[in-house]
Ligand binder design. Sequence first.
Ligand code: EPZ
Length: 460
Amino acid sequence: MNATPQDYRHLDVGPLLGNDSGMNDLLYVNGGNPLSGTITVRGAKNFVSKAMVASLLGETKSVLRNVPQIRDVAVVSGLLSLHGVQVEYSAADGVINLDPSAVESAHVAEIDAHAGSSRIPILFCGPLLHRLGEAFIPDLGGCHIGDRPIDFHLEILRRFGAEVDKREGGIHLRALGRLKGIKMELPYPSVGATEQLLLTAVRAEGITELSNAAIEPEIVDLICVLQKMGAIISVDTDRVIRIEGVDRLTGFTHTALGDRIEAASWASAALATGGDVTIKGAHQVEMMAFLNTFRKVGGQFEVHDQDIRFWHPGGPLRSIVLETDVHPGFMTDWQQPLVVALTQATGLSIVHETVYEKRFGFTCALRKMGANIQIYRECLGGAPCRFGQRNFHHSAVISGPTPLHAADVEVPDLRGGFSYLIAALAANGRSTVRGISLIDRGYEAFQEKLEALGADVSRG
Ligand code: EPZ
């Protein structure tokens, strides 16, 4: 069975095709119930989509396990299918089979229609340049949490020997002969740029060395996939990654690491609602920075082999000073859900966002719901970051505890959207959360999970 939009049964087909209808795109949330029970998180969105792209580099079939049924998987499946990859997905088993033996160029208009709201298309560059000698990458979507330029990506591709031609609607790339290994230092340890380099270097001629690389667990898992395919990659402790290019790669069989962002989101929901949630598929090693912070705020957790239990022990939560950072720091994607829980902590919490310059826009709606949050341009509470001199509102001071009340809110971005669900669950009264199809991008069956945890929610 080919992965078609119909396979993503609980998802709207419209958003998959970049055609939001707005129908039934809201959730009513009757707040006040502590979340309680057990849920499962499957593979990490920010790994699964990249591993799917990596399959393009192999000459044989790949099998990826623990794949969640989320819209980003649907978007990448669509793009791979357009390029001649046979994609078969069983949502129940979470297994995706990818056969790239008949890869071909796709029509520009179709690529555009399937790119949806994702940023993953930019990672098709290296694999397509190796397979076809050219690529067309549509203008990217993704969450509006900063400018999110792709200058590092384009610089990497140019240095490998690709001709990069910006056109209306996207970028056309052409390989001028076989791509050749490079030595490069990233200005910032960008996740996407590191992945771009990995997916390009593995089949380039000679050695590539990247300094100041990102080393997020999802990247390490991608390196494991590439090693299974036949790549030679070493990761040093000082953020240096070395790749020896090889002529051929095969397919892989791999089980995706769990989604630590989804796990932390549910943990924050447990804390904000005074609940007790066990998350199967959450792993300590990838969440250590989150677990430390969760404990400092006053939440409790218990790590088991297959799950982590998170709960609010009763009594007041504590305010904290927090700075987001690249791995092994506190992830930016954990920030938004946790901020909702911090509205319930006693005293002043300070959160300094150092990864994205505009990731506090979501706090407007929280203020509407009764939270006391002020946003500042200065780097508060930590070392100065690269946004300090640039006039961005990237520090927040949260004063609590403040009771939250119901409101009518519109999802601004993926993690901000989940944060609104948490706020609505913690609030008194019935909230309306609009634009929830955006949450489908990264949270598998979130309504079913909410219901399983005792939340009183219904679709509009
Ligand atoms: C990935 O985005 C994730 N997305 C993001 O998750 C995550 O927040 C981010 O990494 C950081 O962990 C996916 O994996 C699909 P970056 P990415 O390149 O790769 C700047 C979520 O909610 N930068 O590490 O796009 C950039 O502007 C999403 O799941 C450049 O300046 O992030 C940002 O400030 C949101 N030029 C910083 O680097 C470039 O060419 C980090 O971005 C590239 C990045």
